[in-house]
Design a protein around this ligand. Structure first.
Ligand code: ADP
Ligand code: MG
Length: 459
């Protein structure tokens, strides 16, 4: 069962081979009403809610979403590595009981065993499935050959470049000929050119008919990668992760980045990802709420550093104060969205469907010298609920100081502990820069900045 497909010879880089997958259309993976929650301090925190998803033979499905939207969790649920909290997950109509026998996973960080050679790393997957040694070796050699690693069989991971290591990751997953190949951001740890090359080779192989799996599920935060590779793009929204929209990608392969259809799809996906379309505008986004209705629960701080958001403000200012989000800035979505959200939350920018426009305050901020910009930032940051909460709590405390644990407890009612840490790190960065308050790692204490430590009039 394991060795059949690898017997075929590798053909030269084919371009127009027809898709040979026989049972195209059969549902391989299916979730119905899949929900996943994790325990938080204040009860269960929903990570995935009501996910109905099908993966059919013959398709490449991309799960696309901002970081934290639950993509990896969904992939792990599909692979049977974490159980669903409710709903069902089935592989070829069989509900999962533990690890999914029809999937193999490629990870972002390669996850190779350093003391094993390339060949031994690739054989690992087969050992777990109790394939006899001679068959293992044969299958591993074929997988290694298929993925362009021939000649590296006896090398150790540390001798390989990142791209070659990820090839080992692919070979190790492909050698078991899984029904569905699962990939969690497999190119994001690689440099741009290596990633591009590997993506291209993988898609050629998929198209050539030699690919030993029947479907691919790709997790990515990169819109262009999704449009380049997928037949179907499933966009996940955050908190909790739900399917926001599904796009069918009807573009011939290899796909032409410069074609109008490609660019048009990128723009459409972008709009859904950023939540700018009327239908998907959700309450709780910084721009969706009146200032006085914002709370730490409904308006988390975007995870943007002051340097990052200032940099973006300056880039927009250089473009004349407004620009097209998708085209003009050339930044990756995952890098840019928190910065855009931060500028909006601070009232420094407004975002329409495609464009971002600096407000008067935003232009002043971008053009100001260091001291001025700190003053402008301090005023704006008080509109961010967590910064405001920390500042006002410190002002009301007689010592003008409070343990970080106090704010942790407040936030733990609405966030996972990882998110609490991220929220506080961002609030610390913003508050320090604004000179509103400082933070001492030892003894984990927030303290009002000296200039701020005047008592507020109590009403
Ligand atoms: P993505 O892959 O889209 O970045 P993840 O699936 O890794 O998102 O995480 C989604 C959310 O679930 C995040 O808020 C994360 O903090 C939370 N989460 C993930 N794994 C766990 C876990 N084991 N325990 C608690 N929370 C978790
Ligand atoms: Mg992830």
């Amino acid at each position: 069962m394991v060795l059949s497909i690898f017997r075929k010879q590798r053909t030269p880089r084919a371009t127009t081979a027809p898709k040979p997958r026989a049972a195209d259309g059969e549902i391989l993976l299916e979730t119905v009403g899949l929900t996943k929650t994790y325990a938080g301090a204040d009860g269960e925190l929903p990570v995935l809610a009501g996910i109905d998803l099908q993966v059919r033979a013959g398709e490449v499905v991309a799960l696309l979403g901002k970081s934290g939207s639950g993509k990896s969790t969904l992939l792990r649920c599909l692979a049977g590595l974490v159980p669903a909290s409710s709903g069902t997950i089935a592989y070829r109509d069989e509900p999962l009981k533990g690890a999914n026998p029809g999937t193999a996973m490629v990870f972002q960080t390669f996850a190779l065993l350093p003391w094993l050679t390339v060949q031994q790393n690739v054989e690992l997957g087969l050992e777990a499935r109790r394939v006899p040694a001679d068959q293992r070796a044969e299958a591993a050699v074929r997988a290694i050959d298929l993925i362009g690693l021939d000649g590296f069989e006896s090398a150790f991971p540390k001798e390989l470049s990142g791209g070659m290591r990820q090839r080992v990751g692919f070979a190790r997953a492909l050698v078991v000929e899984p029904g569905v190949l699962m990939m969690d951001e497999p190119f994001s740890a690689l440099d741009v050119l290596t990633a591009e090359n590997l993506r291209g080779e993988l898609m050629e192989l998929w198209e050539s008919g030699q690919f030993p799996t029947r479907a691919i599920v790709l997790v990515t935060h990169n819109i262009e990668e999704a449009v380049l590779m997928a037949d179907r793009i499933v966009v996940l929204g955050s908190r909790p992760g739900t399917i926001k929209e599904t796009f069918h990608v009807d573009l011939d392969r290899p796909r032409d980045r410069n074609s109008a259809a490609f660019e048009d799809l990128i723009d459409r996906v972008y709009r859904v990802m950023t939540g700018r379309t009327k239908e998907t505008r959700i309450p709780g986004r910084p721009d969706g709420l009146e200032l006085d209705k914002r709370t730490t629960a409904n308006t988390p701080l975007p995870l943007a550093s002051v340097d990052g958001l200032s940099g973006l403000a300056e880039m927009i200012a250089h473009q004349g104060g407004s620009c097209d989000l998708a085209d003009d800035l050339g930044l990756e979505v995952d890098d840019m969205l928190p910065l855009v959200d931060a500028l909006e939350l601070l009232g420094f920018a407004k975002v329409s469907e495609d464009d971002i426009l600096l407000t008067e305050q935003g232009s002043a901020y971008a053009g100001a010298d260091v001291q001025e910009s700190k003053t402008i930032f301090a005023e704006a940051a008080m509109g961010a609920p967590l910064v405001r909460l920390i500042t006002t709590s410190l002002r009301q405390n007689p010592d003008n100081a409070l343990r970080a644990g106090f704010f942790r407890d407040v936030l733990a009612h609405h966030y996972t502990s990882e998110q609490v840490t991220q929220q506080l790190e961002t609030a610390t960065d913003w508050g320090r820069y604004a000179e509103l308050y400082g933070y001492d790692a030892d003894p984990q204490e927030y303290r009002l900045d000296n200039d701020q430590a005047t008592p507020v009039p109590q009403s």
